[in-house]
Ligand binder design. Structure first.
Ligand SMILES: Cc1ncc(COP(=O)(O)O)c(C=O)c1O
Length: 403
């Protein structure tokens, strides 16, 4: 291999990127100059002009990221601890704030212990690297997030994918000879599938995990805060919170910041503290980040019921507006998904929309299966119906005209 030949798959990604840039259609990495709850000033990649856009690409679903209390806590923490942590959590980068946040997160998910990680994907890598290895077998939904797939593959365990939300297929795989012979079986699913917005059949999966003596790990990245009567996530919503062995999550969606977490029993937490590379080989979250997450947990705990209701109602309204305008939409139960076919067409639509004042999330392989490019529209508690009405009209016209 040379630095111009990276193998067939990666070469084709770079060729596509070159082609989109040459045609001025490249829709990724917009540069954000300023951002509010639903409006931002952005520059499309490679362009000099800035535009004011309505943001429908945010995962700040419950909207605490601009809450004064959250900003104040983020500003206050560096006054006590400085701006960084200057050491891994094991050797001095673990402050009283980190300790208190761990307790808050563990209590939120009704678990004895929680650990903080630099991001959601690193939480998945840490758990899978520590709990799975050669001789084990990990079972994944085909639509699981890439961080789960990557963690499973890097662990050295055997990896088997079941068809999306197909518990009969999962059972078939669990019944196979190789699964029976595996030292340990682990089932890992997202609580809310990020690219399609649908939920896994967690009750059935928890039943299978129990019958087949498998560990059940649920990644509540998109669902924590947003789903369940108390905002504990999909496992709470589907009545299986006490049947999940390990919960992973992120603070980048409903908790106004960045960073990941793992919630488990004390023994697993202790294993991760001393054996998870993604935890040990990096620094603790910055104090400002921990302060912001704290603030967000406070806001979501107090105002969560109302903040959860609003995006659900607005997403249903946007679904209806798009349907009425003749736009086909996916079977999402959360964010709104518009299937747009090829990468080229999706890129054209997304870039056109930025020019017209709307920022949406274009999703391409490998984030979604090959042939399944789409737009993901993140509706937050802060959006207004008028903003969504305008967005629906722009999307409908772009989808009709960019064939
Ligand atoms: C299941 C899942 N895990 C992890 C992540 C990413 O976490 P983070 O935002 O902390 O990088 C996502 C992102 O969308 C996700 O869907």
């Amino acid at each position: 291999m040379t630095t111009t030949d990276f193998g067939a798959v990666h070469n084709s990604v770079l060729e596509l990127t070159d082609r989109l840039r040459k045609a001025d259609r490249y829709p990724l990495f917009p540069v954000v100059a300023q951002a509010g709850p639903t409006r931002a000033r952005v520059r499309a990649a490679g362009c000099a002009a800035e535009r004011d856009v309505t943001v429908l690409a945010s995962a700040d679903y419950l909207g605490p990221a601009h809450h004064p209390e959250v900003r104040e806590r983020a500003a206050d923490a560096p006054r006590r601890f400085g701006t960084g942590t200057y050491g891994s959590q094991a050797v001095g980068g673990f402050t009283e704030l980190h300790e208190e946040l761990e307790r808050t997160v563990a209590a939120w998910f009704d678990r004895p212990a929680a650990l903080l990680f630099p991001s959601g994907p690193q939480a998945d890598l840490g758990v899978l690297g520590a709990l799975a290895g050669p001789g084990d077998m990990v079972f994944l939904d085909r639509f699981d997030h890439g961080s789960i797939t990557m963690g499973a593959r890097l662990s050295g365990a055997g990896v088997r994918m079941f068809r999306h939300n197909d518990t009969a297929h999962l059972e078939e795989l669990l019944n196979s000879g190789e699964a029976q012979e595996a030292r340990r079986r682990l089932i890992v699913v997202a609580g809310l599938f990020s690219a399609d917005g649908d939920l896994p059949p967690l009750r059935e999966i928890a039943g299978l995990a129990q019958r087949h003596q498998s560990l059940l790990i649920v990644d509540e990245a998109h669902s924590a805060g947003a789903l369940g009567a108390r905002g504990r996530g999909a496992a709470e919503l589907l009545g299986v919170l006490d049947r999940v062995d390990v919960i992973t999550g992120t603070f980048s969606k409903s908790f106004a910041s960045t960073g990941g977490c793992v919630c488990a029993n004390e023994r697993v937490a202790d294993l991760l503290r001393h054996a998870a590379g993604a935890y040990l080989l990096t620094l603790g979250l910055s104090p400002a980040t921990v302060g912001a997450v704290f603030g967000a947990f406070g806001v979501v705990a107090r105002e969560g019921a109302e903040r959860r209701r609003r995006p659900v109602e607005l997403s249903a309204a946007l679904h209806e507006m798009l349907r009425a305008a003749g736009v086909g939409i996916g079977a999402s139960q959360a964010h709104v998904v518009v299937p747009t076919g090829t990468v080229d067409r999706t890129a054209r639509i997304a870039r056109r929309l930025v020019g017209e004042g709307l920022l949406v999330g274009p999703l391409f392989p490998p984030a979604v299966p090959i042939g399944g490019a789409r737009l993901r529209l993140g509706v937050t508690a802060a959006h207004s119906e008028a903003e969504l009405q305008r967005a629906a009209q722009l999307i409908a016209t772009a989808v009709a005209e960019e064939q």
